[in-house]
Write a protein that binds this ligand. Structure first.
Ligand code: GDP
Length: 306
């Protein structure tokens, strides 16, 4: 029977995979092993002896974190990915899935974003280090497939959100930061400040959906080229704010802070390949996903990752 190792198991998607409660899955977190260290990574692989790997571990942040820490995000992610893929290879892992993000796409790119366009130009300057490090996952997987016939596949989810996120107000992604900020604004009767103009568009996807798709891909997807996981539904940050504030019953004033960055205006994804493979997959609606995420945050605060 296969043994599946999940790295980054305390993160957004890792926690959602744990909830699926699948047999013969093992989980490692950054507290168990420093994946930037090759010997420690190898030790974990030699001890657990996985036949399949879901590689989720990464050093990530929202637009704030990406701008502030471009060197750190590049260095750590390149090291983590190199070690995990190399240890998988030398320990005979049969199948590995790793995750990029839509920020890997070129800033100047034709829409919708298609899997084949990843390397056709530099990424948006706001996530330079992270995006180049993530692109290398696809390069390493493909190079390993060519030389050693490794069945390593790569998924590109759009903006993931859900319970167990990083709720940092400065370094987090928009959904967790917004929920956290709205929580504080409501509690202390303050205005709610939203970064940027509210006009940028994003495709949000609930972590539980990505967890299910990660397992699906491990069983069913074998192409060299990555696969985008997205519903293809874009909403503006302003619409997101409306959904979050309605769910949290926030009645105060909302201020869009134009001194904060908007990032890429939009990054609509091409879901053709995904729909060909999974025509019947039903994504969780944003309203339902936000409800579950807000419930989780409110029940766990202040014991949340910040
Ligand atoms: P991105 O898709 O990589 O840009 O990921 P983000 O989650 O950082 O989303 C950024 C979009 O949400 C940008 O348009 C931001 O201006 C907007 N936004 C609004 N409020 C916030 C916030 O509190 N944190 C973050 N990270 N973005 C915010």
């Amino acid at each position: 029977m296969d043994k599946t190792l999940v790295t980054g198991a305390n993160g957004l998607v890792g926690c959602a995979i744990r909830k699926l409660d699948l047999p013969n899955f093992e989980y490692v977190t950054h507290e168990d092993v420093d994946l930037t260290d090759f010997e420690k990574t190898k030790y974990i692989f030699e001890t657990i002896k996985p036949t399949r790997v879901i590689h989720l571990a990464a050093v990530v942040g929202g637009i704030g974190g990406n701008i502030m820490h471009s060197g750190e995000y590049f260095r750590s992610n390149v090291m983590i990915n190199t070690n995990v893929l190399e240890c998988s290879r030398i320990c005979g892992v049969k199948k590995l899935i790793s995750f990029m993000s839509t920020c890997v796409f070129p800033d100047q790119c034709s829409y919708p974003l298609n899997e084949k366009d990843i390397h056709n130009g530099p990424p948006h300057p706001s996530n330079f280090g992270y995006a180049y490090a993530k692109r290398m996952l696809e390069v390493q997987s493909s190079a390993y497939r060519k030389e050693w016939n490794c069945n390593y596949i790569v998924a590109i989810p759009t903006n993931i959100y859900g319970p167990n996120d990083n709720w940092s107000l400065e370094d987090g992604h928009v959904m967790p930061s917004l929920i956290h900020r709205c929580f504080i604004a409501k509690k202390h009767k303050l205005d709610l400040t939203v970064w940027g103009s509210g006009k940028p568009l994003r495709e949000f996807v609930f972590s539980v959906d990505i967890a299910k798709l990660a397992v699906w891909a491990l069983d069913n997807y074998n192409e060299d080229s990555p696969i985008i996981f997205s519903s293809g539904v874009e909403i503006s940050i302003k619409e997101l704010v409306e959904i979050v504030t309605a769910e949290m019953k926030f009645k105060g004033k909302i201020i869009f802070d134009s001194s904060k960055p908007d990032g890429q205006f939009r990054k609509p994804s091409d879901t053709t390949k995904f729909k060909k493979y999974c025509p019947d997959f039903e994504f969780t609606s944003i309203e339902r996903g936000v409800k579950e995420t807000v419930n989780w945050f409110e029940s766990n605060y202040p014991n949340v990752r910040i």
